[in-house]
Design a protein around this ligand. Structure first.
Ligand code: ATP
Ligand code: MG
Length: 496
């Protein structure tokens, strides 16, 4: 073992939140030069365990040891002093600051310093961005970057600390394939530099591809640790969840198709070009394409969040077609956005309030007073469709695990009962069973004459549930796949 080698051990870590024992005598060990994947269902305790190591959460009991000596981590600064860096599950970018400022935020001279050496942080940021294969400038303001690019800045911030131990909490969930590949190169280089790398992910293909070892958490305990190549996918899923759910796709009778939405020649300068398509009642229509192909932009334009230059949209309401302006169409659409945490949730409000907003008209009287009993029963009824792990309904959503927060957003939109659903990457960050729940809900929704438009970078999900797929490229719909949808077909279409 050379001088730079590190053994990190978390021993008997216990963490109790009000009404919830999140970590129960959890043990975890990782060593330098290895990529150690940390797996588990939504709410299993992965982020909590790593937040203890990163100094964001104080444990109630337990020990953290590096090379057999105990270290005391009370806050993120202590963690940084022990050369531990953390790429969080949720973005913590300051949108109005530059890329360079965001990367060096933890290193700004704190006291007695008036000037920040802007030139130096720009130069150093440039080196880090190069390492990450990013081609945006250190001077760019973060709010103009895509979610994936912001995630790369977040990773850059961790690298800037030159850590010995680096934790990635679901780093790829908003990255494009290209960005993902670059990140894997960076992680493999960190491995060569003999760092301890802890990698949380719900994507088992990634885990098999890059990790040397894995640990699986269930209900706050580490239930299995070993070399990745000694496991099969099924062993892992079983250890995580017990069993996996399945979806049956019901084939629709194509002859009685009724058009619900008819989009004609939609144009948005430099973004969307001559978009023409129809959605049928009861249909799940998938939209495929690479980043920048215009998928999210199409959703936004259809409901008036971005103003179109030309085009016509017609909606079928009770068997009559009406031309409808995007802003009006918004009233008929439940839009689950890509960036759910920021756009979809009131983080410091309860689960109840986040969901009951959807049926205020039912639970409030004419004067606006809410019938609490009715509210609770409606909320419970909605939650029962999707397995949300929570302690009680009055819990603030920011105390839920990442995956469970997403389930709350989804539940709210289902509860609001719109005619059309626009789902942008709805399964991102969800564990295997929760994914199936969301996909199943989508197939249930359309049985009630509603329609779903879904964007997903996980083609397997699209194949499982979609009736048709539209392929987008540079703002145009270039093709449609309606028969025998396969991954090969999709890949060929989007990359041709
Ligand atoms: N601040 C908090 N207050 C109360 N409970 C919390 C808090 N933070 C986490 N929890 C609870 O601790 C448990 C573990 O959550 P954690 O975020 O560690 O899960 P996770 O394994 O990271 O899941 P995911 O894959 O969904 O991100 C969950 O039941 C969660 O609700
Ligand atoms: Mg988490």
């Amino acid at each position: 073992m050379n001088d730079f080698s590190k053994i990190l051990e978390l021993k008997n870590i216990t963490k109790k939140f009000p009404g919830n024992l999140a970590l129960k005598n959890t043990n975890f060990k990782a060593i330098s030069g290895e990529i150690h994947a940390l797996l588990g269902a939504n709410g299993a305790g992965k982020s909590t365990l790593m937040n203890v190591l990163g100094g964001n959460i104080r444990m109630d009991d337990g020990e953290i040891l590096i090379n057999n000596s105990e270290i005391n981590i009370k806050n993120p600064r202590d963690a940084a002093l022990s050369k531990i860096a953390f790429v969080h599950q949720e973005l913590s970018i300051l949108p109005t600051m530059s890329v360079a400022e965001n990367i060096f935020i933890n290193k700004f001279p704190k006291r007695n310093a008036i000037f920040i050496d802007k030139k130096k942080i720009k130069e150093e940021s440039k080196i880090i961005l190069n390492k990450l294969g990013c081609n945006f400038s250190p001077g760019s303001t973060c709010e103009f970057l895509s979610t994936g690019e912001q995630q790369m800045v977040e990773i850059g911030r961790a690298l800037a600390e030159d850590p010995d131990i680096i934790i990635f909490d679901e780093p790829t969930s908003s990255l494009t394939n290209n960005e993902k590949e670059k990140l894997f190169d960076v992680i493999n280089n960190l491995k060569k530099e003999n760092k301890v790398i802890i990698y949380i992910s719900h994507f088992l293909d990634e885990v098999f591809r890059i990790s040397d070892k894995l640990s699986i958490m269930r209900n706050g305990e580490n239930v299995l640790t070993g070399y990745t190549n000694e496991f099969q996918v099924n062993d892992i899923i079983k250890a995580m969840l017990g069993s996996v759910k399945k979806i049956d796709k019901t084939k629709k009778n194509k002859s009685d198709k009724k058009v619900l939405l008819d989009v004609n020649n939609l144009n948005l300068e430099n973004v969307l070009k001559n978009i023409n398509f129809k959605i049928y009642e009861g249909e799940i229509l998938g939209i495929c394409g690479l980043l920048g192909s215009g998928r999210t932009e199409l959703f936004r334009a259809l409901i008036g969040l971005d103003k179109i230059n030309s085009g016509k949209i017609k909606l079928n309401l009770s068997n009559e077609f009406f031309e409808i302006k995007p802003k009006k169409l918004h009233n008929y659409v439940g839009y689950v956005t890509e960036d759910r945490r920021n756009e979809g949730l009131w983080l410091n409000m309860s689960i109840i309030k986040n969901i009951s907003i959807s049926f205020l008209d039912i639970i409030a009287n004419a004067l606006g007073f809410i019938n609490k009993k009715l509210e609770l029963s409606y909320v419970n009824n909605s939650i029962s469709n999707i397995d949300i792990k929570y302690t009680n309904e009055n819990q603030n959503v920011d105390t839920l695990s990442g995956g469970n927060q997403q389930k709350v957003v989804f539940t709210r939109w289902i509860a609001s009962d719109p005619l059309l659903f626009f789902l942008d990457e709805p399964t991102r960050g969800l564990d295997v069973n929760a994914k199936i729940d969301v996909l199943k809900i989508s197939t249930e929704i359309v049985k009630n004459k509603k329609s779903v438009l879904i964007i997903s970078s996980e083609y397997e999900d699209l194949i499982k549930i979609c009736d048709r797929l539209l392929i987008m490229k540079r703002g145009e719909i270039i093709n449609e796949i309606s028969e025998k949808i396969t991954e090969d077909k999709i890949l060929m279409e989007i990359s041709s």
